[in-house]
Write a protein that binds this ligand. Sequence first.
Ligand code: BGC
Length: 416
Amino acid sequence: MRKVLNKKAVLFAGLVVSSGSASSSEVEVLHWWTSGGEASALNLLKQDLESQGIGWTDMPVAGGGGEQAMTVLRARVTAGNAPTAVQGLGFDIIDWGNQGALANLNAVAEKEGWDDVVPEALKTFAKVDGKWVAAPVNVHSTNWVWANKPVLDANGIEQPTSWADFEAALKKLKEAGITPIAHGGQAWQDATVFDAISLSTLGAEGYTAAFVELDAEVLRSDEMKEAFDRMAVIRNNVDDNFSGRDWNLATAMVINGEAGFQLMGDWAKGEFVKAGQKPGEDFLCFRFPGTADQVTFNSDQFMMFDQGGEVSHEQEKLAAAILSPEFQSSFNVVKGSVPARTDVSDAAFDSCGKQGMKDLIAASESGNLLGSMAHGHAAPTSVKSAIYDVVTAHFNGEYDSETAVVELADAVEISR
Ligand code: BGC
């Protein structure tokens, strides 16, 4: 009896919902924003849409870098059941666009004037054959270091500006019984660290030659070997429980003073902010030593999947909300990233956000704005995965640095 009543209640609720035109519309959004800071940022988008009468079905798939989310996405598309909107990175967006799976956003892009305000570096991944297929929500970058300021102060450590300084700081922390580096041993996190480290030894040109042009000579170079040597130093300065740890738990170790540093993209700042910490007082953000004028970026974009026909009203609303200047400011302040449009004021951002915005412009003007290898903005996914495998195998002690460069060049050659 109870069951029957419940069924009736559900039916009735369904009728009420579908009779109102605004509340009958909704979007289903697949993403990997599951940490505290990420969820707070995403909530702003959800609330924005709900205030416009558009419901939100959440489809979270945990795992930084989005590998797991992309696996779920492939299964959904194969089953003929693509979500309305999906978080995507770089070459993955291009791939889906080339397969004809994405809706055409040109009408909303034109109405909202996206072409004038979205930087070229992002358009490269948001447009396929002149057609907007994704709405960029932010610009992140991966060559950041996050530090616990009181821990550094208590150990007489200044913000390191060179690799030698950084090594000296790690040594001091180890001697003081503090975990020098908070790290999570997951392939995408190892690769994120490698973004910053390889940039520091290769320079901007070498980084591009290695990860965009896939130049075998550079992949096997002494500078690449030096990058692996530095990765081994990082490995020697993480705690015993690093394996498999999620990135936000590593960030928490810095927040709690259990560890001194974390090498991670600026989504880490979302965790510091969420914990009520202030840059310059509680934590420091700075570019990885030796990469001060360079930025390895990745941009989260929402791909709108073709639902069989024209782009839907809800998809257009979602896309317009994502790129509205007000949302770009409020969202990115919480997320730790910087706006995906060039005309947003930095007034609401903290000092790390302001620096991020300044660095992005400077790097773009000086030719030092580089797509992140680790986050799918340098090479297609097959190459990225091949690099992940070698970097992780080396990090876990399977290869020495000399072997790693050979394995790297071979793996890239086979996967391209
Ligand atoms: C995304 C970020 C996200 C991070 C960790 C990156 O690939 O671009 O938005 O916060 O992964 O989940």
